[in-house]
Design a protein around this ligand. Structure first.
Ligand code: NAD
Length: 419
C-alpha cells in the first residue's frame, strides 16, 4: 500500500472536482467537505490477564440531510481521525449515488484485533457501543460491519444498545447474523454489487465480460465474493488474487471459490493451486488483465502504480483504493474506473434492506434481496452514465459525485436553512 495520500484530503478533492461542474454555493460546498461531528473517545477495558488497556475510538457523522447517518465500524491499527472522516464522507456520497434514504457515517477503533481474545474483543465492542449509545439509533445513526468486524460484533452492539435502552430495536445496527435480525444476502452484497458494476460497465463499453481475465487485490469479504460471482454468474476468468501475505497468478485462471477455501484453511491465498506463480501485490496491479478489482484498503494505487496498470477497466470494491493522483493518471490513460461509491454500494444497500425488514418485522427471501439490489445498482449505473455524458465529466467518479452532490444539495435546500 502507498501512504502518501491523506484519505480525508482525497475525499475533499473528489468533492471539489465534481462541484466544479455544477452550481453549488460556496457556503454549502464547505458543508459538503466536512463531517457534521466526530466523536473521539477512549475505551478502557480489562484484559484477560487482569490489566487495564485503553483504545482510541472514533465515530464520524458526515451528513444527515438525506436520512440517518449510516456506515461501518472498522477495527485496525491504522484507524485515524482523518481516515474515519473520509470514510464517513464516502458513505454519504455512496448512499446518495445509489439513492437510498441515508446520510453517511463511519467509526473505528485503533486496534489489531488479532492480538485480542474473543472475550477482550467482546468487552471492547460493548464499551464502544456504550459510548455510541447517545448517538446511534435506528432513526439517528446506524453502524454496520467494515474491515475486521462482522456479524458477531454487530450482534454485540445491538445487544448492548437494547439492554441499555430497555427495548428491542434490531435496526440500530445492520450486518447482524440472521437469528439476530440480519438479512439474507447481506454477507455477499458488496461482492455482488461489484460483480453487477463490472457487468454494467463492460456492457456500456461494448466489451465481453464472459471469459474476461480478472485480478483481485485483497481476498476478504468484498474481494473473494466478487471473484466468485464474477466466475459463477458472468463466466469471467479470475487469474490472480492477493492478500496481505502476497498474491498468486495462474494465466489460465483458477477456481476462485477454491482459492477462498485455501485462504480459510491456511490464512492466505499464497500456496493455492499447483500451477500458480507467486506474485507481489504490486505485480498483481500491473498484470495484463481485462478487469482489475482493488478490494483491500485505501491508497492501494498511487500515481506511479497507476502508470503500471494494464487493465482497461477498474471496479473499486474497496473504499478509496486510488489516490487522486492515480485517478488523474488513469483518466489520462483512458482506463475506466467504476468508483467505490457505486461499485461497493451493495453492502449498504442490503443493510438498508435489513433495516427495512427489521422495522417491518417481515423478512425477505435472498432472491428478493438480490433482485432489489440489482435494480438499485443498475439504476445507479444508468444515472452515473447519464451524468457522465450530459456533464461531459472527465471520468465516472466525477459523474457519480455530481449525481450525489446534487441529491444532497437538493435535500438540504428543500429542508430550508434554519435558524
Ligand atoms: P476484509 O478484512 O474481509 O478483507 C480485506 C482483505 O484485504 C484481506 O484479504 C486482507 O488480507 C487484504 N489486505 C490487507 N492489506 C493488504 C495489502 N496491503 N495488500 C493486499 N491485500 C491486503 O475486509 P472487507 O470487508 O473485504 O473490506 C475490504 C474493502 O472493502 C475495504 O476498503 C472496505 O471498506 C470495503 N468495503 C467492504 C464492505 C463490506 O460489506 N465488507 C462494504 C463496502 C466496502
Amino acid at each position: 500500500m502507498t501512504d502518501e495520500a491523506n484519505p480525508f484530503e482525497s475525499l475533499q478533492e473528489q468533492v471539489d472536482d465534481a462541484a466544479a461542474h455544477i452550481d453549488v454555493a460556496d457556503g454549502l460546498l464547505e458543508r459538503l467537505k466536512r463531517p457534521e461531528r466526530v466523536l473521539e473517545t477512549n475505551l478502557t477495558i480489562r484484559m484477560d490477564d487482569g490489566s487495564l488497556e485503553t483504545f482510541r475510538a472514533y465515530r464520524a457523522q458526515f451528513n444527515g440531510d438525506r436520512g440517518p447517518y449510516k456506515g461501518g465500524i472498522r477495527y485496525h491499527p491504522d484507524v485515524s481521525r482523518d481516515e474515519v472522516k473520509a470514510l464517513s464522507g464516502w458513505m454519504a456520497y455512496k448512499t446518495a449515488t445509489v439513492d437510498i434514504p441515508y446520510g453517511g457515517g463511519k467509526g473505528g477503533i485503533v486496534v489489531d484485533p488479532t492480538t485480542l481474545s474473543g472475550g477482550e474483543l467482546e468487552r471492547l465492542t460493548r464499551a464502544f457501543a456504550e459510548e455510541l449509545r447517545p448517538l446511534i439509533g435506528e432513526d439517528r445513526d446506524i453502524p454496520a460491519p467494515d474491515v475486521n468486524t462482522g456479524q458477531r460484533e454487530m450482534n454485540w452492539i445491538k445487544d448492548t444498545y437494547e439492554t441499555l435502552e430497555n427495548t428491542t430495536e434490531p435496526g440500530v445496527v445492520t450486518g447482524k447474523s440472521p437469528d439476530s435480525g440480519g438479512s439474507a444476502g447481506r454477507v455477499r452484497a458488496t461482492g455482488r454489487s461489484t460483480m453487477l458494476a463490472a457487468r454494467e460497465v463492460f456492457d456500456y463499453l461494448g466489451k465481453r465480460i464472459e471469459g474476461a481475465t480478472v485480478a483481485v487485490q485483497g481476498y476478504g469479504n468484498a474481494g473473494s465474493v466478487a471473484a466468485r460471482l464474477l466466475e459463477s454468474e458472468l463466466g469471467a476468468n479470475v487469474v490472480a488474487v492477493s492478500d496481505s501475505s502476497g498474491g498468486i497468478y495462474t494465466p489460465g485462471g483458477f477456481d476462485a471459490a477454491a482459492a477462498k477455501e485455501h485462504k480459510n484453511e491456511t490464512g492466505s491465498v499464497v500456496g493455492f493451486g499447483d500451477a500458480s506463480e507467486e506474485i507481489t501485490n504490486e505485480e498483481l496491479l500491473g498484470l495484463d488483465v481485462d478487469l482489475l478489482v482493488p478490494a483491500a484498503l485505501e491508497n492501494a494505487i498511487d500515481a506511479d502504480l497507476a502508470e503500471t496498470v494494464s487493465a482497461d477497466v477498474i471496479v473499486e470494491a474497496a473504499n478509496g483504493p486510488l489516490t487522486p493522483d492515480a485517478d488523474g493518471v488513469l483518466t489520462e490513460r483512458d482506463v475506466h474506473v467504476v468508483p467505490d461509491i457505486l461499485a461497493n454500494a451493495g453492502g449498504v444497500t442490503v443493510s438498508y434492506f435489513e433495516w427495512v425488514q427489521n422495522r417491518q418485522r417481515f423478512y425477505w427471501t435472498e432472491e428478493r434481496v438480490n433482485e432489489e439490489l440489482e435494480r438499485i445498482i443498475c439504476d445507479a449505473f444508468d444515472g452515473l452514465v447519464t451524468a457522465y455524458e450530459s456533464y461531459d465529466a472527465p471520468n465516472f467518479r466525477t459523474a457519480a459525485y455530481i449525481v450525489a452532490i446534487e441529491r444532497i444539495v437538493d435535500a438540504h435546500a428543500e429542508s430550508g436553512t434554519w435558524p
